[in-house]
Each structure stands twice: as structure tokens, then as C-alpha cells.
Design a protein around this ligand. Structure first.
Ligand code: AMP
Length: 305
């Protein structure tokens, strides 16, 4: 099933306790589309970059089967740039710089072939832009998943709430769930967030896994304990890409299948953090993904006898 993803395609500069990289490929939509491309051959991207973005990287995305006809390349302009530094514990990071550049005046235009997609992934970016994508869909999508972050809660809460009202699944981290709901307990926060619109809510807790909430039901998936986390950048987006990619591939949005999607998303995220930028996602085999999903099964299965 086809999947339309909107989000940033960007340059990142990242510092972790293991090293530092400057101006590497990043962006929410990059991670999402790459992760999803391991599940659906109909991943379509809507984004904007400047003419400073390397053609070789776009070529690689096309090679993975990602449709880039919705990608705008702005002549003489610079791509979105983000820079962050991780603390020793790797769970917290400080944003050092955010340069919107081309994103400042981004007006997403969906090619005709995108407008009937069954699955829509609104990657993290201005909530007003996310809304413009929803409005261009000709048919109501079967599932709209939205990711966002505290940055937009701080500067665009009213717009954010309007977009949240239109989506089926919201994926945010625990601190963002608290900020959005004004509740400390994640169970109470989930109840409040359901009332804002989304029937399903995924709360990501970094190395402590992810929670799925729906209709008073709850599911918990751990993160795979890894010997070394190299760079957590993009883990949330990669999770979202694996999650919606699996749902699009199976075309089943029941709660039971969403549980599996959470595990596939978690497996993809566990690869993402093993190397800087999108490096690990570039050399991944289907067999490795399946093996890792089996590790999640082993990690959580137990018997009462
Ligand atoms: P994650 O680690 O999953 O939260 O995502 C990291 C990616 O999000 C990086 O590659 C950044 O380019 C991108 N990013 C950072 N800040 C923003 C923002 N304010 N809006 C959109 N994308 C962002």
C-alpha cells in the first residue's frame, strides 16, 4: 500500500560521547522513508531541500524505491540544518542550532499520484505544513500518523492542536506527552491526548521502549538492550518509519497488528542508533530485521509455569 511521508530532509551536526560529525544527512523524512522502504515499495516523499543537498544521497533514496517526485529543490537556497549534542547518558540532548532555511517558506505540493495514498506519515515539522498535506489528500487516508516535538509545542501550540485533531495516531516522547497534556502520569496524559483527537497514541521512552495506547488498552515494547548506542539521532523517526511501513505492508490497522508494528518500529530504531546518521540504515538486510524482531520475541516471552 502506498505511503506518503512529509518531513525534513536535512543536514545535521551531531556530537555524542563517541564522536562528532559535521553536516551529515539527516531529517525526519529521510529516516522515516528509508526505514519504511524496507517494508513498502510505494514510499513517497514530500519535502524541500536547497541545491546544497548532495545529488548522490537523492540517487540513493531513489535506488531504494522512494518516490521523490514530491521533493522540491530550491535553487540558491540552503537545506534545513540542525545541530545537537548528547549528554553522557545518551538519553538527553541539547539542541545547539536550528536553521529553518528552505523550511521557512515551505509549501508542500502533492503530485496527483500521492493524493490517494492509504497511509500518510506526518513527520516532525511545522504543524501548519503537516495540515496542508492532509488537506491535499483526495480520499480520506486509511491511517494518518503524526510525529512532532517540544519545539513546535513551544512556538505553535494552537496550530499543533488543530493538526492533532485530524490524525489517527500520534507518536511523541514521554516529556512531550507531559508537556502536551499537562499531566505527569503517562496513563492520564494518554487519556487527555485521546480527547484531542488521536484514537491511538505511541509514547516513546528512548532506551526504555515505547507504549501504545488505544481504547483503554495498553501495550509495552522494550527497546532492545544494546552493548553500544553510538548516535540516537533519528531513532524516533526510524521507529515511525518501521511502524507505518509495516502497517502499510500488511494493510491492517487493528490493535493487534499495531502491537507488531511497534515491535518492527523498535527493531528498526535499534539499528539506527548503531552508527552515525543514516549509515546503518543504508546497509541493512531483510534477514537482519527479521532476526532482530525474533530477539524482541525472546526478550519479552515468558511462561507462568
Ligand atoms: P529524532 O532523533 O528522531 O528526534 O530526529 C532527529 C532528526 O530530526 C534530525 O535528523 C533533524 O534534522 C530533525 N529535526 C531536528 N529538529 C527539527 C525540527 N524542529 N523540525 C523538524 N525536524 C527536526
Amino acid at each position: 500500500m502506498s505511503l506518503v511521508t512529509v518531513g525534513t530532509v536535512a543536514f545535521d551536526s551531531i556530537e555524542t560521547p563517541y564522536g562528532k560529525v559535521d553536516k551529515v544527512v539527516g531529517g525526519a523524512a529521510t529516516y522515516i522513508s528509508l526505514a519504511a522502504s524496507y517494508f513498502t515499495k510505494e514510499a513517497k516523499l514530500v519535502a524541500v531541500v536547497g541545491d546544497d543537498f548532495p545529488e548522490a544521497e537523492l540517487k540513493y533514496m531513489r535506488k531504494r524505491g522512494i518516490d521523490l517526485s514530491g521533493l522540491q529543490i530550491k535553487k540558491g537556497e540552503k537545506s534545513f540544518f540542525w545541530s545537537g549534542k548528547y549528554h553522557e547518558n545518551m538519553n538527553q540532548r541539547d539542541t545547539l542550532d536550528t536553521q529553518l532555511n528552505v523550511l521557512e517558506h515551505f509549501n508542500p505540493v502533492l503530485p496527483e499520484s500521492y493524493k490517494t495514498a492509504k497511509y500518510v506519515m506526518l513527520g516532525n515539522l511545522q504543524p501548519g505544513v503537516q495540515m496542508k498535506v492532509i488537506k491535499q489528500m483526495k480520499k480520506k487516508p486509511k491511517l494518518i500518523v503524526m510525529d512532532t516535538m517540544n519545539f513546535w509545542m513551544d512556538i505553535a501550540m494552537a496550530d499543533l492542536k488543530k493538526t492533532i485533531k485530524k490524525v489517527d495516531v500520534l507518536t511523541i516522547n514521554d516529556e512531550e506527552a507531559r508537556q502536551l497534556s499537562g499531566e505527569y502520569s503517562l496513563v492520564t496524559a494518554a487519556k487527555k491526548i485521546h480527547k484531542m483527537g488521536p484514537k491511538f497514541l505511541v509514547i516513546k521512552k528512548g532506551e526504555h521502549g515505547a507504549l501504545l495506547f488505544a481504547d483503554g488498552k495498553m501495550f509495552f515494547a522494550p527497546a532492545l538492550p544494546l552493548a553500544q548506542v553510538f548516535d540516537p539521532t533519528g531513532a524516533g523517526d526510524t521507529f515511525a518509519g518501521g511502524f507505518i511501513g509495516y502497517l502499510a505492508q500488511t494493510d491492517n490497522i487493528s490493535f493487534e497488528n499495531m502491537k507488531r508494528a511497534v515491535i518492527y518500529g523498535s527493531a528498526m530504531a535499534s539499528f539506527c542508533v548503531e552508527e552515525f546518521s543514516i549509515a546503518r540504515l543504508k546497509h541493512l538486510k531483510k534477514s537482519e530485521i527479521n532476526k532482530r524482531v525474533q530477539q524482541f520475541v525472546k526478550l519479552t516471552r515468558f511462561s507462568l509455569k
